[in-house]
Each structure stands twice: as C-alpha cells, then as structure tokens.
Design a protein around this ligand. Structure first.
Ligand code: HEM
Length: 220
C-alpha cells in the first residue's frame, strides 16, 4: 500500500521533470537558432544592402540542403516546445483572469516576466509559422526577394511585431532557464537579468537595422 502511494506520487513528478527537460533543451536549441538566424539575416548590412553576402550564405544553406531539411526541423522543434510548454499555459479565460489577478497582487518582477513569456508564445507560434511557410515555400532565399517583401509594407509591419515578440521571448526564456535550473542564483540574479535586458535590446537593434537596410538600400 505504502509502495503504491509512493509510486503514484513519484511517477508524475518524475515525468514532469522530464517534460521540463525537453522544454529546456528545445528552448535552448531554438534560442541558439534565433541568434544565428538574426545574425545571418543581418549579413544584408555587410555590403550595405547589396545582397551579395546574404545571397552567398543563402545559397550555401540551400545547396547543402540545410535550409530544406533544417527549416522543417526548426518548425517541428518549435511545435514540440510549444506542446510541452502548453501544459502550463492558461488557455481558458478563467485561467487567464486568475493568472492576471495573481500577477497584480504578487508585485514580483519574475511573475510578470512569465506573463510576457506566455503571451508572446501564442503570437510567435502563429506568426513564426506563417513566416517559415512563406520563406520555405518560395526558395531560393535572395536579398531581392526579402527586400521586395519588406518594401511591400505588410511584411515590414509583420516583422516589426514579430521581432520584439521573439527577442523578448528568447531573452526572458534564457533567464528563466538559468533561474529554474540553478545557474542563476540570488547573488548574480540582478546582474544577469540586466545582461539579458541588454542582449534583448541589442538583438532588437540588429533586427531593426537589417529591416531598414532591406527597406531603403536593397534593390527588390
Ligand atoms: C528555418 C526557418 C527560417 C528561415 C529560412 C528564415 C528566413 C528568414 C529570412 C530570409 C528573413 C529576411 C526577411 C524575408 O525574407 O522576409 C527572415 C527574417 C526574419 N525572421 Fe526568419 N526564418 C526562419 C525562421 C524564423 C523563426 C522561427 C522566427 C521567429 C519565430 C523568425 C523570425 C524572423 C524575424 C523577426 C525576421 C525579421 C528580421 C530582422 O528584423 O532582421 N524566423 N527570416
């Protein structure tokens, strides 16, 4: 009897830990992808919008089939990450109201960070999927094609929403992984949180400069 109770109590806790591990590993993979992705897109700035560097990088990824295989793998990783994280997301209005009321009464910064993390997750899943579908179904990637999209206006507006959403999600995500898995301790918490904020701002800055280059300098 005691053994049975122990099993029922230990079982779910252990599977929760495994699910958290999957969430963390897929999250770290996606953070790494996002940073590399933003830097690769920023290659448009290297020849002041000329597009030669970006086209060469895009050609390399397509000739080696990394875009064709890696793209769907990123989409699948995003889906797994969302499904695993979804067990803690408030889908119902009643749950959302409860989380909001708790957050208001807690007055705790990290609780608000979680609210930002959860709300950006929904937006990123939808907008990230639309973006990946658009880019991957119109290969090859070229600077001219990207510039054409952005100069059209709608995609510029789309990226101006998606860019801060993804960078906030990534920045907060990496900070929360640090806190949850014990890399960030009470002593270094404030400093590392400050570092995470600066990194988020830098990545948003890099993204905005690239968008401006596509908009103004690159020939569509
Ligand atoms: C393998 C998958 C992906 C590929 C091949 C890819 C490719 C690209 C390309 C070529 C651009 C330049 C703009 C354009 O052509 O429209 C771009 C921009 C962008 N992508 Fe992706 N992308 C991928 C995945 C993602 C994901 C998963 C996200 C976020 C959820 C994302 C967020 C963005 C953002 C925010 C921009 C604007 C760039 C900036 O401000 O510098 N991308 N991507």
């Amino acid at each position: 009897m005691i053994a049975d109770e122990t099993i029922t109590r230990v079982g779910p806790v252990r599977s929760e830990a495994y699910l958290d591990l999957v969430q963390m590993l897929t999250g770290v993979g996606l953070v790494a992808f996002m940073w590399v992705h933003m830097i690769l897109v920023a290659s448009i700035n290297l020849d002041l919008g000329g597009g030669r560097v970006m086209n060469a990088i895009a050609h390399f990824f397509e000739a080696t089939y990394m875009a064709q295989i890696g793209g769907p793998m990123i989409a699948a990783t995003m889906l797994v990450h969302f499904v695993v994280a979804a067990r803690k997301l408030p889908f119902r209005l009643r749950e959302q109201k409860a989380i909001w009321n708790h957050s208001v009464s807690f007055h705790h910064q990290d609780t608000w960070l979680w609210v930002v993390q959860a709300s950006t997750a929904f937006i990123i899943l939808i907008m990230g999927s639309i973006h990946m579908w658009t880019v991957l179904t119109s290969l090859p990637i070229t600077a001219a094609k990207s510039a054409g999209r952005i100069q059209g206006g709608w995609w510029l507006a789309f990226y101006l929403v998606l860019l801060p959403m993804i960078e906030l999600h990534v920045g907060i995500g990496i900070y929360r992984i640090g806190v949850k898995w014990g890399f960030i301790k009470r002593a270094n918490r404030t400093a590392l949180h400050g570092f995470e904020n600066k990194l988020t701002l830098i990545m948003i800055g890099i993204g905005l400069v690239s968008l401006l280059t596509f908009l103004v300098l690159t020939k569509a």
